[in-house]
Ligand binder design. Structure first.
Ligand SMILES: Cc1ncc(COP(=O)(O)O)c(C=O)c1O
Length: 453
């Protein structure tokens, strides 16, 4: 029996032994088309020779040098490459080991910035309901997903949560995008004022919401309104692009499509593409300057900051995205995926909404399409879809609690940028079969029977 404390100890996981392009292969030789990049990680597939070679060469040369003693070449080169493709005023890169760490660092940077600026009263954070920013305590506190927070609530710092920009369920009948965006920005402004204007330090949001809502992009103009509100009150805008950034939505930064620049941006999954664990915070000049000309020291740090082998891998990923032309594939390939999804599910009675950008798509599953009525959560439709998809040789990322952390089901898709057109057909075909099998199982099952372990 396995001695590993698995994520879900009651579940028996196949053992992955090999990666081949868009496929993972288990110990029994079964092949799984990776349509979700795990959780939007593996944007280059699983056997990119350039990235593997870069990591191997770095390991042979220098695996690690502690950042309190040395800088290292791949970390410097990675920061140069990221900044070369980032708009002003983003000027510095703080390199960590994953998404939660990146968000922890961003929160502490925001706080220290205001301490350095002699505004120590700024201590409140505002984020959005139904968001996910990681599982460490600070990131979890900022996250707005009720189910993920519930049992840890006594350990979490107080964070205010406003409505997400979730047009399918949040926009009123007849309301324009502009009116919806203005209403949401007014909600944020009212919350800032309620907390006492100059006491708020940052607003945190995923540019395109991933795991908890299922690839939900903002309506046009939303982030422009939000940026204005933040600027009016001296509040920092932190965008979490751990999942939606690094080309996933068709541009290197998801915020490029919103016409704004945030003060801090966190990235992780697609940064290392799964070849090494890595994350980063992109930092605006004024934040960096305040710290350098103030105390001169960001009071943070982890042992594996700027890990040389991880940076070498991430640098090679950047080369593959830009010089290798993979970033340029995302929009056209995404449009083909969208067309296939709409053809297969556009009038499906149990698919209420299809939304997304680039190669980041979500299908929201409903019992009644016209009433947008979700399935009974005890049927655990999302878990059934995952089980059926794995049986069919497809990795996708279904989740429950889409609406409020309890009700609602969606399926998230985040396939690798290397996908071939025939694999798009395979993806949609296997997904249709998995959803059909899951729905058939649900109709045979009475609510309240437990389904999966
Ligand atoms: C938007 C977002 N932020 C943060 C995280 C946390 O990243 P990690 O799991 O690398 O700590 C995730 C992970 O799914 C995420 O989707």
């Amino acid at each position: 029996m396995s001695k590993v404390f698995h994520r879900n100890p009651r579940h028996s996981y196949p053992v992955a032994v090999r990666g081949e392009g868009a496929y993972l292969i288990d110990r029994d030789g079964k092949r799984y088309l990776d349509a979700s990049g795990g959780a939007a990680v593996s944007c280059l597939g699983h056997s990119d020779a350039t990235v593997v070679r870069a990591i191997q060469e770095q390991l042979a040369r220098l695996p690690f040098a502690h950042t309190s003693f040395f800088s290292n070449e791949p970390m410097e080169a990675l920061a140069d490459a990221l900044i070369a493709h980032a708009p002003a005023p983003l000027e510095k890169v703080y390199v960590v080991s994953g998404g939660s760490e990146a968000n922890e660092a961003a929160l502490k940077l925001a706080r220290q910035y205001f301490v350095e600026k002699s505004e120590p009263q700024r201590r409140y954070l505002i984020a959005r309901k139904q968001s996910y920013h990681g599982n460490t305590l600070g990131a979890l506190a900022v996250g707005g997903n009720v189910w993920r927070r519930k049992q840890f609530e006594p350990l979490l710092v107080k964070v205010a949560h406003v409505s997400p920009c979730y047009a399918y369920r949040g926009r009123l009948t007849g309301e324009s995008d502009e009116a919806y965006a203005t209403r949401l920005a007014a909600e944020l402004e009212a919350e800032i004022q309620r907390l006492g204007g100059d006491k708020v330090m940052a607003f945190v949001a995923e540019t395109v919401v991933g795991a908890t809502l299922g690839a939900v992009p903002p309506v046009a103009g939303y982030f422009k309104r939000i940026r204005e509100v933040c600027d009016r009150h001296g509040v920092l805008l932190i965008l979490d692009e751990v999942m939606c950034g690094m080309g996933r939505c068709g541009t290197l930064w998801a915020f490029e499509q919103e016409g704004i620049v945030p003060d801090l941006v966190t990235i992780a999954k697609g940064l290392g593409a799964g070849y090494q664990p890595i994350g980063a915070v992109m930092v605006a000049k004024r934040i960096y300057d305040a710290i350098v000309s103030g105390s001169g020291f960001f009071q943070h740090g982890h042992t594996y900051l700027g890990h040389a082998a991880a940076c070498a891998g991430a640098l090679a990923v950047q080369e593959r995205l830009h010089e290798g032309g993979l970033l340029a594939r995302v929009k056209p390939l995404g449009a083909k995926l969208e067309a296939r999804l709409r053809a297969a599910f556009g009038s499906h009675p149990n698919v209420g909404d299809i939304r997304g950008r680039g190669l980041f798509w979500g299908l929201e599953l409903v019992e009644d399409r016209s009433a947008k009525k979700p399935f009974d959560p005890t049927l655990r439709l999302n878990a059934r879809v995952k089980q059926e998809a794995m049986a069919a040789g497809l990795m996708c990322y279904p989740m429950g609690g889409t609406i409020d952390g309890m009700r609602g089901d969606h399926v998230l898709l985040a396939p690798p940028f290397i996908l071939e057109e025939t694999q798009l057909d395979e993806l949609v075909d296997k997904l249709a079969r998995a959803i059909a099998a899951a729905l058939a199982g649900v109709s045979e099952q009475q609510p309240h029977e437990s389904v999966l372990g």
